[in-house]
Design a protein around this ligand. Structure first.
Ligand code: OAD
Length: 243
């Protein structure tokens, strides 16, 4: 399977990668769905919606503070690093990640959209300006802007739209790139869940890497069952021998 994926990738002059929480699992960051997923123990409606935040910003921020604490101790793993190496191998490369943990950015990757935002960035609920807030743990919960208003994590919650400029960029990529690697996502959260179908409709090829089958598996040209931290480095090694 890995060899077949390498065959597809070596024929391609452009590469788009989409990642989800699974790519960070080997860095010790919990995923959302599945056996040990966050949504087994927490309700998304109580923690990841604008209504939950309006009702109880303290509870929402406590949950984000806890996650920021875990992420601050984590490091990019072999999967993140392999994706950075793919960027170096292709002239036309782009990553769309649904992850808000910032681990891809820490590999030095340049061509990337964090389509669900970044939990190290905060947004003033009054002025709308965004900036980084790196304190872990936070000094006050909920944290406040210098203007006095409550800050929120600059992430996309359920019921919110992805910023239009990011969607425009994503559609341009899906309409023009030849090959897509979908790695470590359950493929159930829209609009990203629909991205593979768009690329496929344009004649693109899809390689999926996941520890289990997903709704994307049947659409994929190659569906590899395995850990991203193991499969992605194998793919990079294979490509380096050829490219
Ligand atoms: P999920 O938690 O839904 O899915 C993680 C996927 O990674 C699953 O399909 C696992 O099988 C797979 N996986 C786990 N460990 C893996 C490994 N080592 N190698 C390969 N695959 C592995 O996470 P996402 O698909 O990212 O949104 O979820 C999408 C969105 O739903 C998130 O961005 C978040 C969430 O609720 C918001 O918060 C808005």
């Amino acid at each position: 399977m890995v060899q077949k994926a390498i065959e597809i990738l070596k024929k391609s002059s452009s590469l788009l990668v989409i990642t989800g929480a699974g790519i960070s699992a080997e860095s010790g960051i919990p995923t959302f769905r599945g056996k040990d997923g966050l949504w087994q123990n927490y309700r998304a409606e109580d923690l990841a919606t604008p209504w939950a935040f309006q009702r109880d910003p303290e509870t929402v921020w406590k949950w984000y503070d806890w996650r920021r604490g875990i992420i601050s101790k984590a490091k990019p793993n072999k999967g993140h690093i392999a994706i950075k190496e793919l960027e170096d191998l292709y002239e036309r490369f782009f990553l769309i990640t649904q992850n808000v943990d910032g681990l891809h950015g820490r590999t030095g990757i340049k061509n990337m959209i964090e389509i669900h935002g970044n939990l190290w960035r905060v947004r003033c609920t009054k002025e709308g300006r965004t900036f980084l807030l790196l304190d872990t743990p936070l000094k006050e919960i909920p944290p406040r802007c210098t203007c006095g208003a409550i800050l929120r994590p600059d992430v996309v919650w359920f019921g919110e739209s992805i910023p239009q400029d990011l969607m425009d960029k994503a559609y341009t990529l899906l309409n023009t790139y030849e090959t897509l690697i979908v790695a470590g996502t359950s493929g159930v959260v829209y609009p990203v869940a629909s991205f593979p179908t768009i690329l496929k409709a344009n004649g693109g090829k899809i390689v999926e890497i996941n520890i289990e089958k997903t709704p994307i598996s049947d659409l994929a040209d190659i569906s590899i069952i395995g850990k991203t931290g193991e499969i992605l480095p194998e793919i990079v090694e294979g490509l380096k021998k050829i490219i």
